[in-house]
Write a protein that binds this ligand. Structure first.
Ligand SMILES: Nc1ncnc2c1ncn2[C@@H]1O[C@H](COP(=O)(O)OP(=O)(O)OP(=O)(O)O)[C@@H](O)[C@H]1O
Ligand SMILES: [Mg+2]
Length: 437
């Protein structure tokens, strides 16, 4: 039989330490929350707000891959140890959502969370029965809700005889039902509160910012203000800004954290140390680190705080370099070989993903702005390309992740604040040699 080499085993690692999955509070031994590092101040603020009220709404904005989701996962883990109930997996704010669909997902998360933390009698309680019937009736199918008209019961205390026949009726019933599920958590299970983690707001707002705003506004009246329930809303800066902060009705009920800063270099190195330890194969032997600290930090600086992108790049480099690039097969990857291998990887990726015109446009941006932020007007001024052409190109390159939206530039006077962009780490790597000969 042919033996397929496992490069991680060579380094005494069970598997890749550059995995890009979020960490999970319980039940995911491959990605345990114990690998979490840093973010003490942010976590403290989030926890304190939850601990100090009977229901809260907090938004965690941040650039792509910074660790937003994992921060929320960590906060849930801490809360879990203090008798708050939270589901391991977040509720994904998917792209095709209507307010009713999202509401059903929230109800479902609340129901499941309470059910799994309860005992054998929990599922038989009246609000739980009603929720179960309701969830069975509203089955999400391909982005739309199909409604079953039969078999819907009535809710115990609050809304007896309320029958659900439409999304509108669902909206009317939801606040009371959620409140009663929250009460089951408190009175029956002895929990201090229920946490709902809504993830990836950007998926909702990218398609259509107005619709996203409307969906969240509807949610305010049906779910967000229910006592006993604490919401963590995670999303890209722009999404949080355009959906939450730009609407007075939502701004007044949400506490929005400052955009998540990049994890510090020393926290990143600590993060990797923890992963190496966690994945150590033979306990009596040390792990051979796959990359030098210099190589790790160099890639990280190109990805400007994007941990997911950084790990993805290091993994690509490792597959190509480990075992072959150093004096010894177990030598760590150095900065220069990593750069040159990634240069090839991302140049190929860009060539196959984009047409020639876009490739040349990106290359020009890389040469002109290197690591700096830029606005579309600055691109026009520097390249003499017409603004409509630039805006078309951005319309293609932003969704594909080659150009990143940084947010609005700080105000320098009256008038509109232009949006700032930067190139992705992949683009930096693809054109780095050409940009800095
Ligand atoms: N504080 C941290 N400690 C340890 N690992 C972290 C931390 N923050 C992020 N990570 C790791 O970095 C990677 C990216 O994190 P995460 O998925 O949470 O980022 P994100 O901002 O939600 O990304 P996206 O924008 O793609 O949704 C994951 O592999 C995660 O495990
Ligand atoms: Mg995320």
């Amino acid at each position: 039989m042919r033996a397929i080499p496992n490069l991680w085993h060579l380094l005494n690692l069970a598997s890749s330490p550059f995995f890009q999955d979020r960490l999970t509070p319980v039940g995911d031994p491959a990605h345990p929350i114990e690998l979490f590092v840093g973010r003490g101040a942010e976590a403290e603020l989030l926890l304190r707000t939850i601990g100090s009220s009977d229901g809260s709404r907090q938004a965690i904005p941040g650039a792509v891959g910074r660790g937003k989701t994992t921060l929320a996962q960590y906060v849930k883990s801490e809360l879990g140890q203090a008798r708050y109930l939270a589901a391991n997996d977040p509720v994904s704010v998917g792209s095709a959502d209507t307010a009713a669909e999202l509401l059903v997902r929230i109800l479902s998360a609340a129901y499941q969370t309470v059910l799994t933390h309860g005992d054998s009698t929990t599922g038989g309680l009246e609000p739980m029965k009603v929720a179960r019937q309701l969830l069975r009736a509203f089955q999400t199918q391909g982005g739309s809700i199909s409604l079953g008209l039969s078999g819907i019961g009535s809710i115990g205390a609050g809304i007896s005889r309320a029958f659900v026949t439409s999304p509108a009726a669902l909206s009317a019933l939801a606040p009371e039902l959620l409140r009663e599920i929250g009460l089951v958590a408190q009175d029956h299970i002895g929990a201090k509160g229920l946490i709902i983690h809504l993830n990836n707001l950007e998926n909702l707002s990218e398609a259509n910012a107005d619709r996203a705003a409307r969906v969240m506004r509807d949610l305010r009246d049906t779910a967000l203000l229910v006592p006993g329930i604490h919401y963590l809303l995670v999303g890209a800066d722009e999404a949080v800004r355009s959906v939450v902060q730009s609407q007075p009705q939502l701004r007044s009920v949400f506490r929005v954290l400052p955009p998540l800063a990049p994890l510090s270099n020393s926290d990143l190195l600590e993060l990797l140390q923890r992963r190496y330890e966690h994945l150590r194969l033979a306990p009596e032997r040390p792990v051979h680190p796959p990359a030098t600290e210099e190589a790790v930090l160099d890639v990280y600086s190109l990805f400007r705080g994007d941990l997911r992108g950084t790990f993805g790049a290091l993994e690509q480099a490792a597959v190509r370099l480990i075992g072959v690039a150093g004096e010894l097969p177990t030598d760590p990857m150095d900065r220069d070989p990593v750069r040159s291998v990634l240069h090839g990887v991302y140049a190929d990726e860009i060539d196959s993903a984009l047409g020639q015109v876009d490739v040349e446009f990106l290359q020009r941006l890389a040469q002109t702005f290197a690591g700096q932020a830029f606005t579309q007007a600055e691109v026009e001024a520097q390249t003499q390309v017409p603004l409509t052409t630039i805006s078309d190109a951005f319309g293609r390159l932003v969704p594909q992740g080659f150009i990143l939206v940084l947010g609005k530039r700080a105000a320098t006077g009256p008038g509109r604040r232009p949006v700032e962009y930067s190139l992705s780490g992949a683009v930096h790597l693809a054109f780095a040699e050409r940009a800095h000969p």
